[in-house]
Write a protein that binds this ligand. Structure first.
Ligand SMILES: [Fe+2]
Ligand SMILES: [Fe+2]
Length: 189
């Protein structure tokens, strides 16, 4: 059964971007910095929250998607859910390596995340919401890669791997949208 969605469609992209950048603006890099470990952990906690929200959203979509030719789309959502779970795990392991405790607390999860848990009513809405979420993630992760640069190559290389995968996700969602709507949706940046 289709759910009615009274929320406007991802109106708060600006807010999500602002939130994604908040940790980058916080604190200064010390001269001796290879990496300010606490800063890195804080940034990775928000990446972790973003990935958890992506796991939840794609899992829900994989279960809830209905309609004509939804089977292939469900499979795609399922595949993405698995990959987001892998990202989630990688980021959590890195936080642990750096001496932090990965924050899996469901309380406040959305406020730590740069991704939204949106309840798209129909298949096309789900695809659109995922496309927007993936594009925001890509934009955010590119910024983090520039930030980590040579200060923390291990974290940077991990983020590069995740980014490559998020770009594929955005591309998959774009292709699905074209297949289902016949035209690409280009959200305002
Ligand atoms: Fe991801
Ligand atoms: Fe993704």
């Amino acid at each position: 059964m289709a759910q009615t969605n009274t929320q406007p469609f991802l109106t708060d992209v600006q807010e999500l971007r602002k939130r994604a950048r908040a940790n980058l603006d916080k604190g200064a890099v010390t001269p001796a910095y290879q990496a300010d470990v606490k800063q890195t952990i804080d940034i990775l906690q928000s990446v972790l929250a973003t990935e958890i929200v992506c796991v939840l959203r794609y899992t829900m979509n994989a279960v809830a998607a209905t309609g004509i030719s939804s089977d292939s789309v469900k499979e795609e959502f399922e595949q993405h859910a698995k990959e987001e779970q892998r990202h989630m795990r990688e980021v959590a392991e890195r936080i642990n390596q750096l001496g932090g405790t990965p924050d899996f607390n469901p309380e406040g999860l959305l406020s730590r995340s740069a991704s939204e848990y949106s309840v798209g009513g129909n298949l096309v809405e789900m695809i659109k919401e995922n496309l927007v979420a993936e594009r925001i993630a890509c934009e955010h992760y590119r910024e983090l890669i520039r930030y980590f640069a040579d200060k923390d190559p291990t974290t940077r290389v991990m983020m590069e791997g995740i980014l490559t995968n998020e770009e594929e996700h955005a591309n998959d969602m774009h292709d699905l949208l074209v297949a289902h709507e016949g035209k690409p949706m280009l959200p305002k940046s």
